[in-house]
Design a binder for this molecule. Structure first.
Ligand code: PGA
Length: 260
């Protein structure tokens, strides 16, 4: 992923039905003024992906899957593959903390999903982050290291160009307790250091790193001002088109938010 664009991703989780998702898209399309420097990505329920892919102006918004299974096809009742998502979505979340902690996605599953996404020309947004306990034990950078190494094993330098990393501290997701910009700077630097170690300085500078965790229109600008941060992954505050548009507005280069 190149860093020329700020990436603003809405993760609706298990909210909004197909009709509501369609109405939201209609509203957001009217509100958002397209800018070349911002890429807006919507991750609705899997049920709505097909219909939204037909409704969306793909130059205005991209779509993302919230989850998928790593095999391409076969006897896997209830699952959706990256092969089936190909052409419908441009991005997919991988390793979101709710997948890791509620559904027990292991590093092995996550690695296989990153591979499956890349193999199917879908850009994986690899989510990593420490729990409150790990943070209190001073283990944040070890956790980021392990989740990066675990998720990216087998990813070549060429494939890495299509990967986005999202730093999402588990304690900040859906809690209203957002990380301070200083926390995010530290984590984003640790991520880039690790990428440098694995893939070299060029890759470390080129990779897009997002922040996610209780982002609102009020806090968005503080994170977007961080040089090491290239965008946001937004849950709760993305559920209303007007609120989400306020966040998108902060990402435009002309919005007054300057990188520090
Ligand atoms: P939140 O969710 O903004 O509601 O904390 C973020 C996420 O889970 O990606």
């Amino acid at each position: 992923m190149s860093r020329d664009k700020t990436l603003i991703v809405a993760n609706w989780k298990m909210n909004l039905n197909v009709g509501e998702a369609s109405l939201y898209l209609h509203q957001l399309a009217k509100l958002v003024k397209s800018h070349r420097d911002v890429e807006v990505v919507l991750a609705p329920t899997a049920l709505a992906l097909q219909s939204l892919s037909l409704q969306v102006n793909s130059r205005q918004f991209k779509l993302a899957a919230q989850n998928f299974y790593w095999r391409d096809h076969g006897a896997f009742t209830g699952e959706i593959s990256a092969t089936q998502l190909r052409g419908v979505v441009q991005y997919a979340l991988v390793g979101h903390s709710e997948r890791r902690h509620i559904f027990h996605d292991s590093d092995k599953d996550i690695r296989a999903k990153v591979q499956a996404a890349v193999r199917n020309h879908i850009k994986p947004i690899l989510c990593i982050g420490e729990t409150a306990f790990e943070r209190s034990e001073g283990e944040t950078s070890d956790i980021l290291h392990d989740q990066l190494v675990g998720g990216l094993a087998n990813v070549t330098s060429e494939e890495l160009e299509h990967v986005v990393i999202a730093y999402e501290p588990v304690w900040a997701i859906g809690t209203g307790k957002n990380a301070t910009p200083a926390d995010v700077v530290m984590a984003a630097r640790a991520i880039r250091r690790q990428i440098k170690h694995l893939y070299g300085a060029g890759a470390s500078e080129a990779i897009a790193v997002l922040y996610g965790g209780s982002v609102t229109a009020d806090s968005a600008a503080d994170y977007l001002a961080i040089t090491e941060v290239d965008g946001l992954l937004v849950g709760g505050a993305s559920l209303n088109a007007h609120d989400f548009n306020e966040i998108i507005k902060k990402a435009h280069k002309g919005s007054g938010v300057a990188k520090v």
